[in-house]
Ligand binder design. Structure first.
Ligand code: PRX
Length: 699
């Protein structure tokens, strides 16, 4: 499957300097280790496991699985019988065994330039232990689910690792999601506690997170699922400012030195107003007040390899989000190994992943992977365009970032402003660039490579999914010749295949369904609370394979090229959205009888949302309705799902059996008249009508 010869033309290679220090310095070495990793995965992963601490050793086979529904239940187990604690491995081991206590774990860079903090491994360990004690004092136990709805602050990492330390399961909800989405996720995973913050700024825009959290908890209450406790971090307001919390604070015992400092200075420059935070003394607890009474000693809870680590929701084609469940040992090994090889991690690196921790990229490549090897990272709260479009490069120079990982949508956005804002900064520390989330178009690839990396830095185009835990198809920076737009070859232990509609494996150059044939340690174990959905979504269509839901092409040199989703999912700015979820938000409006949503290509976001709506009798289509529909979707799902186009569609193209023909709607959205085979269309006149009334401008 991996070619003997690498192609000679149209490819880009990592520099010789990079090869000198690289873990994998040539394509030959990649091939050799790849072959070993798939022929004998137990040995390969066993070697990675030697880098970590195991309280008890595993018994039997390292990786066990069944992908074939015809043979029984689907399962994946890694290091069964072993016990460990992931927080211990990320923090205590680095502080106590590897002497990295004084090494910076995170440089936090706030939304406003000048807002900054640094946290060493020792400080992070202390903070996590303190907060783990807080969680215990609030009755959180091993196996309990804790919902986290926070901005990009160090305390978000503290909260997730504190959960991991005591064996609780975190369920992080991206802080851009709406109150309704938060409520749905809290209820689905039955969280006993919510952790949030007063608010944060995205550029100039205030996000009053606590108000949204309150609304979500109110909805939970109304639906019969009261959450008794909500811990609130005062991120925008100074901890010392008078609030109704003061009276609750227990007397100080021990506290972390830099917390003291932070308390006096406040970390946010007061260039913006601070929101008033409503306080419900029956439910709300102040993060800082609770910490003042907490010890920074906390023994880790030793967990089984297959105990759950976290739940993270991802869009599902039925519209209801799926709670992807990851377990401890396999996820730790997989994020650590991919981090080490794909970013060719070296101890003096300053690494920066611009994702939000609320998505899987942030879980795996801000928190777990980098901390596993004791890396120093930048944790950025802000936006690439605030206060101006040079912000990213300013930060690269400020911290001397060596490895930089971002999304194609961010690259396309910055590309619009040309090279001048980039070239204002030196960027000479950069060695490796990465992308994730969607296919990168060759134009953006070349701009990233030539302007940002000055043709010096290889680009790792990493294909993977929330369900995968870590990189699946990716170049290795010093080894793999890159082709712009291709995620190239599989990571160690990953065996991809391309299937046709009948489930036959295609050889050589071909195009079809991308599947994986063998288990890898980082893969999801189930959909939380819904095993049958797990089985149906990923394993029923082609028994014996994990089905990604992506289309893929393999070229004559064996390179893999992702062609996009082949289910009813859209990828907007690197985030998956289900058309069904947006449709159901639209039809909840009293004026709407039916809705159909399709993707329309967008120069920056990749895809934009084009919505067709059919009105109920008596309703009128006008700008007020449009604004209400937009608002409705934002409130139900979140700002990322805001419709770009809404078209009044008195009729929708349907098959004779009543199924909406999305293929035809996609053509209408793009104004492409070549509709292909329309023989199954029940009433072809609606199509012409829709073409006539197309939307040309965004709503
Ligand atoms: O369609 C693929 C696309 O993003 C989907 C996974 O989305 P999510 O679970 O939200 O995780 C995103 C971050 C890992 C995939 O099914 N995708 C992700 N990375 C790439 C990609 N498509 C092409 N190239 C990529 N590098």
């Amino acid at each position: 499957m991996i070619p003997d010869q690498v192609p000679k033309e149209d490819v880009f290679h990592g520099s010789d300097d990079l090869k000198k220090e690289a873990h994998i310095s040539s394509f030959e070495k990649y091939k050799e280790l790849y072959t070993k990793s798939v022929v004998n995965p137990d040995d390969f992963w066993g070697d990675i496991a030697k880098d970590f601490f195991w309280k008890t050793k595993h018994k039997g086979q390292f990786l066990q699985y069944n992908f074939d529904v015809t043979r029984g239940k689907i399962f994946i187990k890694c290091m069964e019988g072993a016990s460990t604690n992931i927080c211990y491995n990320l923090l205590d081991r680095n502080v106590h065994e590897r002497n990295l206590g004084d090494k910076v774990a995170f440089y936090w860079e706030g939304n406003e330039p000048g807002d900054e903090l640094k946290v060493t491994y020792r400080e992070l360990l202390h903070r996590v232990c303190q907060f783990a004690n807080v969680l215990k004092s609030q009755g959180v136990k091993k196996g309990d689910r804790v919902s986290i709805y926070m901005p990009m602050v160090v305390e978000l990492v503290v909260a997730m690792l504190a959960c991991a330390r005591i064996g609780a399961v975190h369920s992080i909800v991206f802080a851009g999601f709406s109150a309704e989405s938060l409520c749905e996720r809290i209820m689905d995973s039955q969280c006993s506690l919510l952790i949030t913050a007063d608010g944060f700024y995205r550029g100039d825009k205030l996000i009053s997170l606590k108000l949204l959290a309150d609304e979500a908890l109110q909805k939970c209450r109304e639906k019969g699922f009261p959450v008794e406790k909500c811990i609130v971090l005062k991120h925008l307001s100074k901890e010392t400012e008078d609030t109704p919390l003061g009276s609750q604070s227990p007397p100080a015992k021990r506290s972390c030195p830099d917390l003291q400092q932070e308390k006096q200075t406040g970390r946010i420059k007061k260039t913006h107003p601070v929101p008033q935070v409503p306080w419900n003394p029956e439910v709300d607890l102040c993060w800082h007040a609770l910490l003042r009474g907490a010890s920074n000693d906390c023994d880790p809870v030793w967990c089984e390899s297959e105990d759950p680590l976290f739940i993270l929701y991802t869009s599902g084609s039925t519209g209801k989000p799926k709670g992807v469940l990851h377990t401890i040992s396999g996820y730790m090994l997989y994020t650590a190994a991919t981090f080490k090889f794909v970013f060719d991690y070296q101890p003096d690196d300053i690494y920066w992943c611009t994702a939000d921790i609320g998505w899987i990229t942030g879980h795996s490549y801000i928190t777990y992977g980098p901390l596993a090897y004791g890396a120093t990272s930048v944790l950025f709260e802000g936006l690439p365009t605030y206060p101006d479009v040079s912000r990213m490069w300013e930060i690269v120079d400020k911290y001397h970032v060596t490895k930089f990982y971002t999304a194609p949508t961010a690259i396309r956005l910055l590309m619009k402003y040309g090279s001048e804002p980039v070239q204002k900064y030196k960027r000479d520390s950069l060695k490796i660039l990465g992308t994730v989330g969607e296919p990168i178009n060759p134009e953006a690839w070349h701009w990233y490579y030539s302007v940002v990396g000055e043709k010096r830095c290889p680009i790792v185009d990493t294909f993977w999914q929330t369900e995968n835990g870590g990189h699946m198809l990716t170049p290795l920076p010093a080894a793999t010749p890159m082709k712009p737009g291709s995620a190239t070859f599989p990571f160690f232990g990953v065996v991809p295949a391309i299937l046709n509609e009948s489930g036959e494996e295609l050889e050589g150059p071909s195009e079809g369904y991308l599947v994986f044939k063998q288990a890898w340690p980082g893969m999801m174990r189930t959909v939380y609370g819904n095993y049958s959905r797990f089985e149906t979504t990923y394993f029923k269509k082609f028994p014996g394979y994990y089905v990604t839901g992506d289309g893929c092409r393999r070229d004559k040199d064996g390179y893999y090229w992702i062609t996009g989703r082949i289910d009813d999912m859209l990828n907007v700015s690197g985030h998956l959205l289900s058309t069904a979820e947006v449709e159901s938000a639209l039809v909840e409006h009293e004026a709407i009888a039916e809705a159909a949503v399709v993707g329309r290509p967008h120069p920056v976001k990749g895809e934009s949302l084009y919505c067709f709506v059919t009105l109920r009798d008596g309703a009128t289509y006008n700008q007020t309705l449009e604004a209400e529909l937009k608002k409705q979707v934002r409130e139900k799902i979140g700002a990322i799902a805001t419709p770009d186009y809404i078209q009044n569609a008195p009729g929708l193209p349907k098959t004779r059996s009543g199924k909406i023909m999305r293929r035809v709607l996609r053509k209408i959205a793009c104004n492409e008249r070549d509709l292909g085979d329309t023989s199954t269309l029940a009433d072809s006149s609606v199509v012409e009508q829709l073409f006539q009334n197309r939307c040309f401008t965004t709503v």
